[in-house]
Each structure stands twice: as structure tokens, then as C-alpha cells.
Design a protein around this ligand. Structure first.
Ligand code: DC
Length: 220
């Protein structure tokens, strides 16, 4: 199997470009953030504070998360329910970041991610794919962009979907989440030693896509 690990902070454009690259290469695209989001969503629904570590750990016994692919699109199933749309709500982002700092939550999701990567050529996006989940991935990319560019992209993306959002609030949330993701003890957001850094601040979507495909062509 060929595995591409794509890590980086929130809003770096990982998911949009990853989807396009995966489609072109015939790989499946795996958005691992969706798994943490599903657990964050479940905690919110059960009104368990996502910073209440024992409370969240207890919930894991009741949770079954899985991926399915419908027409090449990833769908996230939470106890059999398709929650792919609901996990994108802004309040779920911080909940996901909170639960993702809990080692038991990370351990809970580890096997599923490795299993998918062992069965299919895949492009997996997340925070710790190159460092922890797939340390032997044939290609590792760390995709980043300035906080302002990332906030603007997220703003445009949500506005396009018809959501009413505030740019300053998005920037503040992104910075807060990145700080938390990069400073947790277990599997923090970090560039793997053998990952290639791609700063997309001044790149177009097509340039980013072409860069990743070129890196793949060089290694396959
Ligand atoms: O990629 P995203 O923004 O949907 O991810 C939501 C949160 O999940 C993010 O703030 C950190 C966490 N996450 C993680 O810890 N490890 C991953 N591989 C993917 C996401």
C-alpha cells in the first residue's frame, strides 16, 4: 500500500487539496479529524464537558465510530448515524481539540486509522499521521500557512456554505486550537523529521495540488 501522511494546523487547506489529490491518484482520502470531531460531538450531545477527562473516557464504552465511503466521499458514522455534516459545526471544533488531547481517546482511534491505511492506498490527513499513526508512510507532508491566511480561507469556506461567521472570531479560535493541539503531551501537532514542509500562504490551490502530486510521482 502507498500511504501519504498529510499533517498540519487547522485551516491549512488540507482537506480540500487532499480530496482532489486522492481523486486524481485513485487513493482514498481519510480525514482523521472527523473521528475526533465525532467523539467531541457525542460528548456535547451527552452534555459532558470535553475537558472532563474521566467523563469523556467513560463515554468511549458507548461509542462506535467508523468511516464509510459513498461515491468516493468519506462519511463518518457515529453509532450507525451519519454525522458528517453535524461534526462541522464550529462548536464541535474546540470539543474535538479538547477530546483529542486525551491519550485514551487517541488510543481508541489508533487501530481504525492503521487498519484503513493497511488495506488501501490512502492519503490520510490529521495532526499526528506522519509522527505516530503511519510512521512508515512513503510520503509525509506538513502543510501549513500563516494564521491569517488560514482564517480567511475558513471564513470564505463557511460563508460560501451560507453560514454567518466573524473573521476575528475564526482567527482567535484557530490560534487557540493550534496552540492546544501543538502543546498537548500525547501526539502533538508536529512536523515529522522526514516530512516535507509546504507553506501554502502564497500558493494557489492548483499549485499546492501539483506540488503534492509531483512529490508522489518522485517516490512511487
Ligand atoms: O482536522 P480538524 O480540524 O477537523 O480536527 C479537529 C481536531 O481534532 C483538531 O483540533 C485536533 C484533533 N486532531 C488530532 O488531534 N489528530 C488528528 N490526526 C486529527 C485531528
Amino acid at each position: 500500500m502507498f500511504n501519504i501522511a498529510l499533517d498540519g494546523p487547522g485551516g491549512a487547506g488540507k482537506s480540500t487539496v487532499a480530496k482532489a489529490v486522492a481523486l486524481e491518484l485513485g487513493f482514498i482520502y481519510v480525514d482523521t479529524g472527523a473521528l475526533y470531531r465525532a467523539i467531541g460531538l457525542y460528548s456535547l450531545r451527552k452534555t459532558i464537558d470535553t475537558r472532563d477527562i474521566p467523563g469523556v473516557i467513560k463515554l468511549l464504552d458507548e461509542i462506535n465510530v467508523d468511516f464509510t465511503h459513498v461515491d468516493g466521499e468519506q462519511r463518518v458514522m457515529l453509532n450507525g448515524e451519519d454525522v458528517s455534516t453535524e461534526i462541522r459545526l464550529p462548536e464541535v471544533s474546540m470539543a474535538a481539540s479538547n477530546v483529542s488531547a486525551i491519550p485514551e481517546v487517541r488510543a481508541f482511534l489508533l487501530d481504525l486509522q492503521r487498519k484503513i491505511a493497511s488495506e488501501k492506498d490512502c492519503l490520510m490527513d490529521g495532526r499526528d499521521i506522519g509522527t505516530v499513526i503511519l510512521p512508515n508512510a512513503q510520503l509525509k507532508i506538513f502543510l501549513t500557512a500563516s494564521a491569517e491566511v488560514r482564517a480567511k480561507r475558513r471564513y470564505d469556506e463557511l460563508t460560501e456554505k451560507g453560514q454567518k461567521v466573524d473573521y476575528d472570531e475564526i482567527l482567535k479560535d484557530l490560534n487557540e486550537r493550534d496552540y492546544q493541539d501543538a502543546h498537548r503531551e500525547t501526539a502533538p501537532l508536529k512536523q515529522a523529521d522526514d516530512a516535507i514542509l509546504v507553506d501554502t500562504s502564497d500558493m494557489t490551490f492548483n499549485e499546492v495540488k501539483a506540488t503534492i502530486i509531483k512529490l508522489y510521482e518522485e517516490r512511487k
